[in-house]
Design a protein around this ligand. Structure first.
Ligand SMILES: Cc1cc2nc3c(=O)[nH]c(=O)nc-3n(C[C@H](O)[C@H](O)[C@H](O)COP(=O)(O)OP(=O)(O)OC[C@H]3O[C@@H](n4cnc5c(N)ncnc54)[C@H](O)[C@@H]3O)c2cc1C
Length: 379
């Protein structure tokens, strides 16, 4: 079977890998370089975890981030906004959340198995600590923890001032850059086309500067650009910096009051920040966010920076669905790396007719259609 994968971010790379392993003839289209859309991420792997955003708890946190400058509200996708209003307050059935959590569990096993074959991308289950300065935020996090149907192992520490920390010993991380290099290296037999796809249709035709090509199936993993195919996806933009190692940083840390993450890698520390609802490629805001990160971590001024977009559905959970020859997999939001192998595997099962659509995971795919992929960032 001839299958095209559109988008060489972490989801697309895994989709291409799985397709090859199952004997498909694969063409992978990426508009810039492999991993471009995913490389900026912290690389924290949250295993069985998930976050929903269509509720008051998330809104409270979002307003706090707007007030302290960790977030900006510029522009959201119109279809996403309508979907957000419609789904606000809707509870998600435990069995559906379990389905989402399975994507994360599969992914963690997949990264572990890759690392077992060759330990060359910094994969490490070293624990994740969420630090809370603000007592209200900490109490809110504790309440949320207790309300969840199933729980990760977690150790709670309360500070004297009312803040505290949650430590998840079973969570881990990886080096995003080295992981992308590893998967790309192993894509033997995959034809890669470094060009922006102009258009894709439900009959399997893909239009790029290379011409118009028919495929038996097309898997679309273009992140925020999936919004151009009728899906309610918006972008939550952030930045990733690679700084010299910080000796005191022994495991992954999220500074929850600021939405800032720091991950110790072999030679460096990966720092990420920024929760901007925007459809713009403008990165001027990165400087202010970096100044804050430097203060918190004591790292030097000039380090390499990448920007990226968390593709978010109205409820913040991932999305995989199919229409005719077109399969789409996106919506990883803040856990795109944690979900990518699981999301890709389900997309490949759908493309190869080995599975039917999961009613929850395909919940927004009723409006999926072919169309132009250009114009994901109108301003
Ligand atoms: C600051 C920040 C930190 C993060 N940290 C973490 C973390 O610690 N852990 C975690 O699990 N997740 C994290 N995430 C989320 C994660 O990075 C995203 O969810 C993930 O990158 C989504 O992967 P994707 O492959 O689905 O889409 P993308 O990464 O967006 O990749 C899509 C790819 O498609 C390509 N593309 C787009 N349009 C076209 C076209 N027309 N033609 C050809 N190619 C095209 C793009 O160039 C891109 O490479 C973070 C996100 C941000 C912003």
């Amino acid at each position: 079977m001839r299958v095209a994968v559109l988008g060489g971010g972490i989801t697309g790379l895994f989709a291409a890998r799985y397709l090859r392993a199952r004997g498909a003839e694969v063409t992978l289209y990426e508009q810039t370089r492999m991993g471009a859309g995913s490389i900026h991420a912290a690389g924290i792997l949250e295993g069985h975890n998930y976050y929903t955003i269509n509720n008051l708890r998330y809104l409270r946190r979002a307003f706090r981030y707007l007030r302290n400058g960790s977030s900006q509200l510029r522009r959201v996708d119109r279809r996403w906004f309508m979907g957000y209003l419609r789904s606000f307050g809707r509870t998600i059935r435990p069995q559906d959340l379990e389905r989402v959590a399975e994507l994360g569990s599969h992914s963690l096993r997949e990264y572990a198995s890759l690392a077992q074959t060759a330990d060359d991308f910094g994969f490490w289950i070293g624990g994740l600590t969420e630090r809370y300065e603000n007592p209200r935020l900490f109490r809110d996090a504790l309440r949320n923890l207790r309300s969840r149907p199933e729980q990760e192992r977690v150790e709670v520490t309360e500070d004297k001032g009312g803040g505290g920390s949650l430590h998840y010993p079973d969570m881990g991380w990886l080096d995003t850059e080295r992981c992308i290099q590893r998967i790309t290296r192993e894509l033997s037999g995959v034809r890669t086309v470094l060009a922006e796809v102009d258009r894709v249709d439900v009959d399997g035709k893909v239009e790029s500067p290379e011409g118009r090509e028919p495929f038996d199936r097309v898997i679309v993993t273009t992140g925020i650009a999936c919004r151009r195919l009728g899906l309610p996806i918006t972008a939550v933009k952030g930045y990733g910096w690679t700084a010299p190692r910080v000796a005191s940083l022994r495991n992954a840390v999220i500074f929850a009051d600021w939405g800032l993450a720091a991950v110790p890698l072999t030679q460096s520390v990966k720092v990420t920040s920024g929760w901007d609802f925007t459809l713009s490629a403008d990165s001027r805001r990165a400087n202010a966010l970096w100044a804050r990160a430097r203060k918190l971590l004591g790292v030097p001024e000039n380090v390499p920076m990448e920007q990226g977009y968390r593709p978010a559905t109205p409820d913040g959970l991932p999305l995989v669905g199919r229409r005719e020859r077109l399969v789409v997999a996106t919506g990883g939001f803040r856990l795109g790396w944690s979900f990518a192998p699981g999301l890709a595997r389900h997309a490949v099962d759908l493309a190869l007719d080995d599975a039917t659509e999961d009613p929850f995971l395909s919940r927004y795919c009723g409006s999926l259609r072919g169309g132009s992929l250009r114009g994901a960032f109108p301003s």
